[in-house]
Design a protein around this ligand. Structure first.
Ligand code: SF4
Ligand code: SF4
Length: 246
């Protein structure tokens, strides 16, 4: 995002709308400016309608800068997955996609938040630490699409400094590996300059138990079982429900 100097009156109404504090006043002038390195191209300042003189201008973005908009602006679709927002349907659609069948666990590390954001060099640290555990990264995920070396989890060099509002590393594993994943994430959390939340999903067993819940609690995790339920959105339930019913 840029501020057009000739149109800006310096009213500063846009500043409070910036999701990462990239908009500020130019010292000694009635003018706002965007810190281009910090701006995640979310478009919120412009969409807010705060600027009455149309001084906020979003130029065409080249690679790799356009990644910022793809991950941060919900009106932009990810070319690698065809999904908007953070570019993945995530595990919350597992009821209809069946990405994680019985005996498997879906996990996601949601990195960055409004006010903080996340750089891809920090995503790479998490991705590489998880790759060493042999987890299976979700293919229909725009972070996986940036992986240069699937064995190490290394990302493309040209994207590492790009900053986004939030991005999701998504993977599947087996219940026995969950404690190691939690321990690894606790360690790598000390090495990154952003925040993340961790999601886990698994099918509920026929007796109503949730095996991954007990494993996570034993490993010292604090659970907040208040996730979203996407009830199919008109699509049929995945085959494993039919198999369970037989
Ligand atoms: S596009 Fe987003 S990050 Fe950039 S200046 Fe506007 S609100 Fe801030
Ligand atoms: S709202 Fe528009 S005119 Fe006011 S400071 Fe921001 S860019 Fe300038």
């Amino acid at each position: 995002m840029k501020v057009l100097v000739e149109k800006c009156t310096g009213c500063l109404k846009c500043i409070d709308y910036c999701s990462v504090g990239a908009l500020s006043k130019v010292p000694g002038k009635r003018l706002a400016v965007v810190d281009e390195d910090e701006c995640v191209e979310c478009g919120i300042c412009k969409r807010s309608g705060a600027c009455l003189t149309d001084a906020l201008f979003q130029p065409e973005m080249e690679w790799p800068r356009r990644l910022r908009a793809e991950f941060s602006d919900p009106t932009v679709t990810h070319p690698s997955t065809g999904v908007g927002g953070r570019g993945t349907e995530e595990m919350k659609t597992n009821d209809v996609t069946g990405r994680y069948p019985r005996g498997h666990v879906g996990m996601a590390v949601e990195m960055g938040r409004p006010g903080v954001g996340a750089r891809f060099y920090d995503l790479e640290k998490v991705q590489m630490a998880l790759a060493r555990l042999g987890v299976h990264f979700e293919q229909a995920n725009p972070v996986t699409a940036l992986v240069e070396d699937p064995k190490t989890g290394k990302l493309r060099k040209d994207v590492l400094n790009e900053k986004v509002l939030s991005a999701i590393i998504e993977f599947g594993t087996t219940p026995d590996k969950v404690p190691a994943v939690l321990e690894t994430l606790r360690r790598v959390a000390q090495e990154i300059d952003t925040v993340f939340s961790l999601d886990m999903c698994s099918l509920i067993e026929p007796d109503g138990s949730v095996p991954v819940r007990d494993i996570a609690l034993k490993a010292g995790a604090t659970l907040r079982p208040n996730g979203k339920n996407n009830l199919g959105m008109g699509r049929p339930a995945f085959q494993f429900f039919k198999e369970d019913a037989q």
